[in-house]
Design a protein around this ligand. Structure first.
Ligand SMILES: [Zn+2]
Ligand SMILES: [Zn+2]
Length: 343
């Protein structure tokens, strides 16, 4: 599936015909000054709800970040609406590699302080002074250069199931943590090495590259459009794919397969496996990797304790949770001592 804003109207029409009534999953972001995020939010919600858009969209004074799905036959109307908004005109839409009609179940448009929770104080550096964007082909050349340090800007549970060959994958739970670790590791190479970074759809690298330039790195590059756009270009231009495994995504699909390599293991038995699940105990909900055999054996749970709780009648489970804080670990740490094979 390929669909992006460079298609002519005719090509787009043909493509949408071929998809029929199916839904398209896509994402986009844009840093832009938005004066009144609440009014903008309401406008988007009303328009997109009418188009049967589902997904999760964040709006802040600094811009918009959206992941969504919509019926293919509504795509033209959606695109026309985007083009009617000055800072979204002709924006690149990252379209998912694997289409799935169930990627999102609701439309949520939320006003936030920031469009990515990056933990940075933007007033301390110039966020517009970003690194050089690389297309897939250039990126492939750069990462073969021995003067390049390739860094994965995502969190540990994302890079664990898929990453570029030879990438440094910081073992971090948050974006903010990775910045300090990378700076420290590379502090003696700020001028002589190429710092090349990537993330899922490119948005995290926009901030990270500006931050590293502010910290004195001279040669800062980033993969434009992230792994999603890289994969599209690799297919379209028949380039060598240097990404191994699955691309973790933040919707109900959890990941999309980019190569057949399975580079991670089930956290419970150690056998090769690369799909995440959430612990079935509502009070735990830990994100971890569990193979089919372990899933069956453990009733979808991360530990014997959770299995015991999740098999209790719902009323008793609720009783147990009373007074305890809500421990929702969906996209959080993904770490637990019960998981023997989690590094
Ligand atoms: Zn297993
Ligand atoms: Zn659990």
């Amino acid at each position: 599936m390929q669909l992006y804003n460079k298609l002519s109207a005719k090509e787009r029409a043909e493509l949408i015909d071929s998809v029929g009534a199916n839904r398209l999953t896509l994402s986009f972001y844009q840093y832009a000054k938005i004066g009144n995020p609440q009014i903008f939010r309401d406008h988007l919600y009303i328009t997109w709800d009418n188009l049967d858009v589902l997904g999760r969209i964040y709006i802040a004074h600094e811009g918009i970040n959206g992941q969504l799905s919509l019926p293919a036959d509504r795509f033209n109307a959606f695109k026309t609406h985007l083009d009617s908004i000055s800072f979204l005109k002709d924006i690149r839409l990252n379209v998912a590699v694997e289409q799935d009609n169930k990627s999102f179940l609701k439309l949520k448009v939320k006003v936030r302080d920031k469009i990515v929770a990056d933990g940075l104080n933007d007033d301390t550096f110039d966020v517009t002074n970003i690194g050089v964007h690389l297309e897939a082909k250039q990126f492939n050349t750069f990462i073969e250069d021995e003067n390049t340090v390739l860094v994965d800007m995502r969190n540990h549970y994302e890079s664990e199931i898929g990453h570029f060959k030879n990438a440094v994958t910081p073992d971090v739970d948050t974006f903010r943590d990775s910045l300090d670790i990378i700076e420290d590791d590379l502090k003696s190479h700020k001028e002589d090495k190429n710092l090349v970074m990537y993330c899922t759809g490119g948005i995290r690298c926009e901030k990270a590259s500006a931050y590293f330039k502010h910290k004195g790195f001279k040669n800062v590059y980033q993969l434009e459009g992230g792994i999603i756009e890289y994969t599209r270009q690799v297919k379209e231009q028949q380039l060598e794919n240097k990404f191994l495994g699955q691309n973790f995504v933040f919707d109900d699909r959890r990941a999309e397969r980019i190569s057949d390599d399975v580079i991670s293991n089930c956290h419970q038995c150690g056998s090769p496996f690369d799909s995440h699940t959430n612990c079935a105990n509502e009070a735990c909900h830990l994100l971890f990797i569990q193979c089919d055999a372990c899933r069956e054996k453990m009733d979808n749970c991360c530990s014997e304790d959770c299995k015991e709780i999740s098999n209790l009648p719902y009323k008793e489970q609720k009783e147990l949770r009373k007074g305890k804080g809500n421990s929702n670990q969906v996209f959080k740490k993904g770490r637990s001592e019960n998981l023997k094979y989690k590094d």
